[in-house]
Design a binder for this molecule. Sequence first.
Ligand code: HEM
Ligand code: HEM
Length: 277
Amino acid sequence: MENLKQFLVALSAAAAAGIVSIIFVLIWVLNYKEGFAWDGGLAEFNWHPVLIVIGFIFFQGIAIIVYRLPWTWQCSKLMMKFIHAGLHLLAFILAVIAMVAVFDFHNAAKIPNMYSLHSWLGLTALILFCLQLVLGVGIYLIPVTPASWRAVFMPLHVYGGLLLFTSVIAVALMGITEKLIFGLSNPKYKDSPPEAIFVNVLGVLLVVFGALILWIATRTSWKRPSDQVLHTLHTIGEGEDSSKVGPVMSQLSDGTDAAPFGDVRRRSSNKLDDQAN
Ligand code: HEM
Ligand code: HEM
């Protein structure tokens, strides 16, 4: 992998920001709030932020970059697809439980449903996430879909996935602000009590986590090697320096002598299916 050190720094920073966010949301709920219960009260609401941060943000972020981990590159693409899809499914299940918790709490406390921008965008994101999951399974896991469809749909899949991930973090930031404004009365949010500062930091950590995941997911040079080859051939076709083929060829040739350029082209087309598009 090109710039392995930089990749490891970005990955470790992302993992640290994600794990510290989870610790922060747990401390918020257990130390500053009412803890956990399933009784229609505030302790039931608390499942909402916790499951969102763990499931919909952390697991979704990891699912997005799972193809980029160099130590998984010996695994088959099919296996990686199952891991990618499985982590997204887990994120979805936890997000659904988080929604049930907040709706149940609202109904028990006779608070109206779906009045806030947070709730509108949040529910929309969840529904679109479900659609992305169903289309992802239908197009990339079920073997009957033609390779050409897979290729055509891929840019939309990647764009949709990154947009959803970013939106979920934005929605969480709105939720955090709402909860602090509603929940803090004496002293108020504007008086900056320790809880407010602490939870503001949680919001900053979620932004840092999101920014690092987006950075990792958008570096072309950190893609799985079979995908890099096609990208390299494509950019060479557009007149880029052909010396860039070198490292890619050596990755493909399993450590044996570098194969001639035509061979790379043949092998990469053999890999079209694996590449999955
Ligand atoms: C409701 C907080 C993340 C979806 C609420 C409410 C609060 C809240 C205080 C009740 C007020 C209202 O209806 O706006 C939080 C916190 C979050 C978070 C602190 C993160 C740490 C999310 C995320 C989503 C989401 C990421 C979806 C992507 C919803 C929905 C409701 C809601 C759909 C409406 C429930 C109803 O109308 O009964 N949230 N939220 N929330 N939240 Fe969140
Ligand atoms: C790639 C998001 C579900 C198959 C990606 C990428 C994102 C993404 C952001 C780009 C990653 C990268 O460039 O390294 C999502 C989201 C999903 C979802 C948010 C669920 C809501 C699925 C499912 C499948 C799937 C169920 C079925 C196997 C793929 C494949 C790639 C991909 C094959 C190409 C990876 C590569 O670059 O080689 N997905 N995905 N996705 N996803 Fe998904």
